[in-house]
Ligand binder design. Structure first.
Ligand code: MTE
Ligand code: HPA
Ligand code: MOS
Length: 751
């Protein structure tokens, strides 16, 4: 089935926040943000700005009737700064004017005096100064100290992985419209409608039922709108509360880049123990997460780093610690993989380093230590239905790694200024919000009396195709044709108390709720049909808009059945709730069974390196991926390809840069390079693993949104492999992204 959005997308008819037809009396908002990364606000003079004709009002913390607090996990973030600023781009005031142009003009006239305080931009510096978001977290298994004593080899090293800009095509924004009795409707580009509703109510000092949040779709979120869509929505809501007029605020790209957080940069150190038989005996790592100036989702992201610190490997002795380091950068936030990729980069670096020192191929260590059925993760969950080896063998066999290797070898013998490199990247990613209480969802299904169906869920469509999947679940369960089903917008008045669309679990959670609601409806309708046809309920089934009796079609159509059910006063609506069974986690012990299941896969990446220029091309990525039983292969392949490109971008060319004063240097697309058609792999081949599928996944179709991003890590190690072919003595560095500048340095490094 095609993505149901493809038709309107292609014709440019899909609706995003900026496409909403606005009321004639709509006003426009603009943020006045801190020009300094850290300091005391001595004074702000708004007089000149307020005097600009067309400026309606400039809002500050003084206009907040509830709490000036938007922190999600930890209450440590003001909507508008009161006394101090903690990063460049921190909102201080909100200008509301008759047009964006007027607001812009007014912004330039605001005068601010800040007494500057010392600025921290790196995690290491923060650690040295004891600047943290919260207490450190550690996951431990076995006893690393003893294990190291008995290890044949021990290696230690350091790694760095940089941040990443989400670069959703649609920037952050919200349109707030006053309703009667002080109620407010927010049309927001958010992954978390409930987060927007809850925080708005808190800041405005009103009950949640006064705030309605509606989302049609996002032009991409990638985690950047899980928490960070909230402040802009709240600002427009505060303005509406005071002015009782609609207020629209869409961030321009520069403002969005400067003011919003990104993927967390990590500085990490590792210690790995290995025996002569190449079994990994022990692994220790300390992860320094650059959290930025407030908690945002950092503690949850830090936790997921620990969950994925051993990637696809079984290691019997593990000691991993993560420190969320408070710096003067915009609060970093969720980004596809949610801390997992940062963790996996470190273990892959450790294995690569060990192999290099031992003078063997990294593959030998990887292969020897892959997870097996019944192995324990460091957090106590026992690995079940493990596909690590299956994916590894499928990839190496089906893509004929032997031939790939000998071709590369031949090429490298024949060429001196071009070198090719290969890497293998296995992935294992846990599916469920790591915070167990978040793993539930609801669906509301209406069958209208003409037989057409409307489905509402808590899922937000952001390009990942979740609406198409919800529609598939509904029509397949009801036994009707897809054209009879419509996906409604995501709205807090129809489906309340939702978890954000995140953790790759949206289709599973909301899909299971749709399945439940539709199953309840169909059971009810079968009773009506059986009566109408004078047969037993068990004999009845519905397929493609027709009632069947014992597998033979009757002349009772879906429409006639629904019309009769309506006459008999049978309820044609159902609201269902699904909560993932079996999962649990005890934070006091850091043990439990947090994930419904894991997603596995292996990628083979080949690159060609230009050893004069340091530039490279990715020849191909060949992937064996665990889709379970994919319910929509077109969408799922698209997710793998998109995530892979994003992962490659993170590892190779996307370079976030702040100066020492905390100013974003890569503040435009001229200075921040994302993968384009020229830098994408020349070919991407994806084969689905043959597996039984998993009952915890919706229709046995496994979550696919985030896991494939981590295949991109393979590109780093393929480049490094090629560097080694040119400069065998190069000391390995683990400092992503591997930009051509860094590659060039490493190509000619003398050790
Ligand atoms: N795909 C597109 N096209 N746009 C997005 O914003 N977000 C990713 C992934 N795929 C995203 C995407 C992220 S970060 C997550 S968590 C999942 O989609 C969320 O959707 P799901 O739970 O339905 O997989
Ligand atoms: N993944 C993504 N988003 C989240 C999670 C998670 O595990 N927990 C809270 N928000
Ligand atoms: Mo995705 S980072 O969980 O929004």
């Amino acid at each position: 089935m095609k993505n149901i959005d493809s038709f309107t997308h292609l014709r440019g008819e899909s609706i995003f926040v900026d496409d909403i037809i606005t009321r004639q009396d709509t006003l426009f908002g603009l943020t006045f943000d801190s020009p300094k990364a850290h300091g005391k606000i001595i004074s702000v003079n708004y007089a000149k700005a307020e005097a600009v004709p067309g400026v309606i009002k400039i809002f500050t913390y003084k206009d907040i009737l509830g709490e000036n607090q938007i922190g999600g996990i930890i209450p440590d973030e003001e909507l508008w700064a009161e006394k101090e600023v903690h990063f460049i781009g921190q909102p201080i005031a909100f200008i509301v004017a008759k047009s964006e142009k007027i607001a812009k003009k007014a912004k330039q006239l605001i005068e601010i005096e800040i007494e500057e305080l010392p600025v921290i931009t790196t995690a290491k510096e923060a650690k040295e100064k004891g600047s943290f978001i919260n207490a450190p977290r550690s996951f431990n298994l076995g006893n690393t100290e003893n294990a190291f004593k008995n290890s044949d080899f021990i290696f230690t090293g350091e790694t760095f992985s940089n941040g990443q800009e989400h670069l959703y095509l649609e920037t952050q924004g919200c349109y707030a419209i006053p309703q009667e009795n002080g109620n407010i409707k927010l049309i927001s580009s958010t992954q978390g409608p409930t987060a927007v509703q809850k925080t708005t109510a808190k800041v405005l000092g009103v009950p949640m039922h006064k705030i309605e949040v509606d989302v049609t779709r996002l032009g991409g979120g990638f985690g950047g709108k899980e928490d960070q869509a909230t402040p802009w929505a709240v600002m427009t809501a505060v303005a509406v509360q005071h002015l009782k007029k609609p207020v629209k605020y869409i961030l321009n790209r520069h403002d969005d880049l400067r003011m919003t957080g990104k993927r967390h940069p990590y500085q990490s150190s590792f210690k790995i123990g290995i025996n002569k038989d190449l079994k990994i005996t022990a692994f220790e790592a300390e992860f320094l997460q650059n959290s930025g100036a407030a908690a945002d989702l950092s503690p949850a992201i830090a936790e997921r780093t620990l969950f994925h610190a051993t990637n696809s490997y079984f290691i019997p002795n593990v000691q991993t610690t993560v420190l969320s380091c408070k710096t003067n950068l915009p609060p970093n936030t969720a980004f596809r993989g949610f801390g997992g990729p940062q963790g996996m980069f470190v273990i892959e670096s450790a294995i690569t380093y060990a192999a290099d020192k031992l003078g063997i191929n990294k593959k030998e260590i990887q292969e020897k230590n892959l997870l097996k059925e019944g192995d324990s993760f460091s957090y106590g969950q026992i690995a079940k239905q493990v596909e690590a080896l299956n994916s590894w063998e499928t990839a190496t066999t089906n893509f004929d790694l032997k031939t790939l290797k000998s071709t590369v070898q031949k090429f490298n013998q024949e060429n001196t200024l071009y070198k090719k490199g290969l890497s293998l990247m296995p992935i294992t990613f846990g599916i469920s919000f790591t915070n167990t209480p978040m793993n539930h969802a609801r669906a509301l299904v209406h069958i209208y009396q003409d037989g057409s169906v409307g489905v509402s869920t808590g899922a937000v469509e952001m390009g990942q195709g979740v609406n198409t999947k919800m529609l598939q679940v509904a029509y397949q369960t009801l036994g009707i044709s897809p054209d009879k089903v419509k996906l409604e917008t995501t709205n807090t008045t129809r489906v309340a108390n939702t978890s954000p669309t995140a953790a790759s679990a949206t289709a599973d959670l909301n899909g299971k709720a749709v399945l439940k609601a539709c199953t309840l409806l169909i059971e009810r309708l079968k009773v009506v049909a059986a009566k109408m046809l004078s047969v037993a309920t068990e004999e009845v089934s519905i397929t493609e808009n027709v009632v069947f009796v014992n597998g033979k079609n009757s002349d009772l159509s879906w429409e006639k059945l629904i019309a009769e059910a309506m006459l008999q006063r049978v309820a044609l609506s159902e609201n269902a709730h699904y909560a993932t069974p079996k999962i649990h986690f005890d934070k006091s012990k850091e043990k439990g069974h947090p994930f419904a299941y894991h997603v596995y896969g292996t990628a083979i990446t080949q690159v060609t390196l230009d050893c004069i220029r340091g530039t490279y091309e990715i020849d191909f990525v060949k992937i064996a991926h665990d889709f379970g039983k994919s319910m929509n292969f077109g969408i799922d392949i698209g997710q793998v390809e998109g995530a892979l490109a994003q992962g490659i971008g993170w590892m190779t060319m996307e370079e976030i840069a702040y100066d020492k004063n905390g100013r974003l240097l890569s503040n435009a697309l001229s200075t921040y390079k994302v993968p384009d058609v020229f830098s994408a792999p020349k070919s991407v081949e994806i084969i689905p693993l043959k597996t039984k599928g998993n009952d915890m996944a919706i229709l046995k179709s496994k979550a696919v949104g985030e896991p494939p991003l981590m295949y991109g890590i393979g590109s780093y190690f393929a480049i490094q492999d090629a560097i080694k072919q040119f400069n065998p003595n190069a000391e390995l560095k683990f400092h992503s992204p591997y930009t051509p500048e860094k590659v060039l340095m490493d190509l000619y490094a003398e050790n």
